[in-house]
Design a protein around this ligand. Structure first.
Ligand code: AP5
Length: 214
């Protein structure tokens, strides 16, 4: 069974949705760097204050803020037997830093959710999130009670980085900065590409098959 997994893909590609479910099924933590950063912003920490402008503009937060935060999370006791890392690394510098820190317990698999740009716009504009990271779509993955998280009853909100021009910038950065990361893992034979199109159930079945069948 694979236990040290990366989930990569474009903004709105479904990383959070599927990483959370897979982590529950495998009994490992879902380490979502974007969610961790949003919690730092909400708590008004020094890191959060430095990160917020980059996030709202759809740019990558500088590596010196992100790498240490991700590494510290992977060192916590609940991550000793594995983890699903969502949205990290996003550039070659971060991939190199992860390789150095994870040397003794290397990666098992890197899954990429492939979703075309027009689908990304639809998904992000309909997305509603809860403060603890659960994710819905108003039409395609709705909560049982509109505006309320099924899991913890928290009110749902729309993220600040959901405006069309910010989504365009995030897509550009994904193509420019993260595509080389996919090639980096492809050369190591770790990469599996999975279509992210279809219902959440259909995509989950593909993700689970890629994890369980290898
Ligand atoms: P982050 O929070 O990681 O954002 P992202 O990568 O842009 O991805 P999203 O969270 O927008 O989408 P997702 O792929 O998780 O899709 P989701 O499951 O929500 O990062 C935010 C920011 O933080 C970055 O821009 C950057 O500033 C900073 N940051 C984060 N990591 C960083 C790093 N390593 N280095 C530097 N900076 C970093 O799904 C989207 C919607 O679609 C939802 O509404 C969902 O319900 C719906 N949906 C999902 N699957 C389906 C389906 N099959 N059919 C229909 N709808 C679906």
């Amino acid at each position: 069974m694979y236990r040290r997994l990366l989930l990569l893909g474009p903004p709105g590609g479904g990383k959070g949705t599927h990483a959370e479910r897979l982590a529950r099924e495998l009994g490992v933590p879902h380490v979502a760097v974007g969610d961790m950063l949003r919690r730092e912003v909400a708590a008004d920490t020094e890191l959060g204050r430095r990160a917020q402008g980059f996030m709202d503009a759809g740019q990558l937060v500088p590596d010196d803020l992100v790498v240490g935060m991700a590494a510290a999370r992977l060192s916590e006791p609940d991550a000793a037997d594995g983890w699903i890392l969502d949205g990290f690394p996003r550039n070659l510098g971060q991939a190199q830093a992860l390789a150095e820190r994870a040397q003794d317990r290397g990666l098992d698999l890197v899954l990429v959710l492939e979703v075309p740009d027009e689908e990304v716009f639809d998904r992000i504009s309909g997305r509603r999130s809860c403060p603890r990271g659960h994710v819905y779509h108003v039409e395609r993955n709705p909560p049982r009670i509109p505006g309320i998280c099924d899991e913890d009853g928290e009110p749902l909100y729309q993220r600040e980085d959901s405006a069309a021009e910010v989504i365009r910038r995030r897509l550009e950065i994904y193509k420019r900065e993260t595509s080389p990361v996919l090639e980096f893992y492809e050369r190591q034979g770790l990469l599996r590409r999975v279509s992210g199109l279809g219902t959440p159930e259909e995509v989950h079945a593909r993700v689970a098959a890629a994890v369980h069948d290898l």
